[in-house]
Write a protein that binds this ligand. Structure first.
Ligand code: ZN
Length: 467
């Protein structure tokens, strides 16, 4: 099991206030290129765009996985999935990893420095059964389905209520579900981008949860309608972020707050023939927004390739802590050009559906490698960050060698994650929520007399998914 030790650190970014409030906003399922500042065609994010321009933002930021559980575990631990082992275990049905109590989480580290720690989370993969609540004084968890989830505004209110009553600096982790399927924004946002699209009557968005659309693209017009509906949910969140910042200003806390905006993974809109998330590690699923605002230096756009483990190292530095045993590089040192050992690559691992994969990207190309077939595919990264073209034959050998060596350097091997057992989905309510989200298949659980908290178990459940 992976352990790490925190060292007192003298390299706290000098331009930041000492021990500021830290507010991390994770917007589920938000791909970077659907925000305005990242070049999107529709005005989905005017407020967040302005925050980015006044603060610091990263056009080449990547999550550590393409679905919620392993990605969030990396965001909260600073470890890669092959280190924290919280994901779907390779070839083991519906058995999932659970965070080991020996891992010192970001929340535990900040708590040790006097921070109050609060989390308000809404995805069923954030259930306490997975132990991502380690170190939080408040862990307000609401499981979600595609049609019901706690709203971003309600999430903010719960977080602010806690912050108001928390002593010392606060670490507040907020998680919004809006851009996740089924893309039915609240009014008046619904229709902002999709009204007038003649394809609107052609499809019930709920039907997209079905597997058929994952591999059989609908017409181009319907695809555009789906993206418009998705964008309306980002607009909902943009107004919620504006509300959050307004409330922090009203409380006199904004100038002493480091606000981070990111997402756990993106969403595929048939970029490579598929839909939704969890099935690949390509850029549309792993390239995420990363915006630093509030009491941060105005560095604007920083083009380095960064990953969530770098963000965690950076947040530890904000609190005056080092990260010597963690894989990430302090994000602030990358941003101001003083990082000494940053390799400008991002590693992503673990798949929810299908054979296990690992992937790495640098400024020029991505390698996605399948452990089952023992082969990889190489994609060029274009100037806008998209990955639509194969690497040219002339560059294939050198690029493949460079990127496979980078994977080995970060992982130590090219073996799939096996890890240890942790959580099986034995709770009926949790199973139904995950099934509603389209994450697991298989027979329903036998009738359960209660909807008690999910139970950790060490053996595979009978409710095996069919990826
Ligand atoms: Zn997610």
């Amino acid at each position: 099991m992976f352990w790490f030790i925190l060292f007192a650190c003298t390299s706290q970014p000098h331009t930041l206030p000492a021990k500021p409030d830290i507010v991390v906003v994770v917007i589920d399922t938000t791909r970077a290129d659907h925000l305005g500042v990242y070049g999107h065609v529709r005005p989905t994010s005017p407020f967040m765009d302005e925050l980015a321009r006044k603060g610091t933002w990263f056009p080449r930021a990547y999550s550590s996985s393409g679905w919620t559980l392993p990605s969030m575990a990396s965001l909260l631990s600073g470890l890669y999935p092959h280190q924290h082992l919280v994901g779907r275990l390779a070839f083991r049905g519906s058995e999932f990893g659970k965070l080991d109590s020996g891992v010192v989480t970001l929340a535990e580290a900040l708590k040790g420095e006097g921070y109050g720690t609060g989390a308000v989370v809404n995805n069923t993969f954030m259930a306490p059964a997975f132990s991502l609540n380690q170190g939080f004084d408040l862990y307000s968890y609401n499981g979600a389905t595609n049609t019901e989830h706690r709203t971003a505004m309600e999430t903010i209110q719960t977080g602010l209520d806690w912050l108001d009553n928390s002593a010392g600096p606060g670490f507040l982790f907020l998680h919004f579900m809006e851009p996740h399927l089924n893309y039915k924004a609240s009014k008046p946002y619904l229709g902002t981008f999709s009204d007038g699209n003649p394809a609107a009557s052609d499809i019930e968005l709920e039907a997209l949860v079905g597997k058929s659309h994952r591999k059989t693209p609908p017409s181009v017009a319907v695809q555009e309608y789906v993206r418009q509906r998705y964008d309306e949910e980002i607009l909902v969140v943009d107004d919620a972020v504006a509300h959050l910042v307004g409330q922090l200003k009203a409380r006199g806390r904004w100038k002493n707050t480091v606000l981070v905006i990111t997402s756990d993974h993106g969403e595929e809109f048939w970029d490579h023939g598929g839909f939704e998330h969890g099935h690949t590690l390509m850029g549309e699923l792993t390239r995420v927004p990363l915006i630093l605002a509030g009491a941060v230096p105005n560095l604007g756009r920083v083009d380095a390739v960064v990953e969530h483990v770098d963000l965690v190292a950076g947040l530890l530095a904000v609190a005056g802590l080092g990260h010597a045993e963690l894989p990430g590089t302090d994000l602030w040192s990358i941003a101001d050009g003083t990082a000494q050992a940053h390799d400008n690559t991002a590693l992503s691992e673990n798949i929810l559906y299908g054979p296990p994969k690992v992937s790495i990207v640098d400024a020029h190309a991505r390698l996605e490698f399948s452990f089952e077939s023992n082969s990889g595919s190489l994609w060029a990264v274009d100037a806008d960050g998209t990955e639509r073209r194969r690497v040219s034959p002339a560059e294939r050998n050198a690029t493949g060698k460079r990127l496979s060596e980078a994977i080995k350097a970060k992982r130590g091997s090219m073996l799939p994650i096996e890890g240890v057992g942790g959580v099986t989905i034995s709770d009926r309510e949790m199973f139904n929520q995950l099934q509603s989200l389209g994450y697991i298949d298989g027979p329903d659980l036998s009738p359960s007399p209660t909807t008690a908290a999910p139970q950790a178990a060490s053996s595979p459940t009978a409710a095996a998914p069919t990826p």
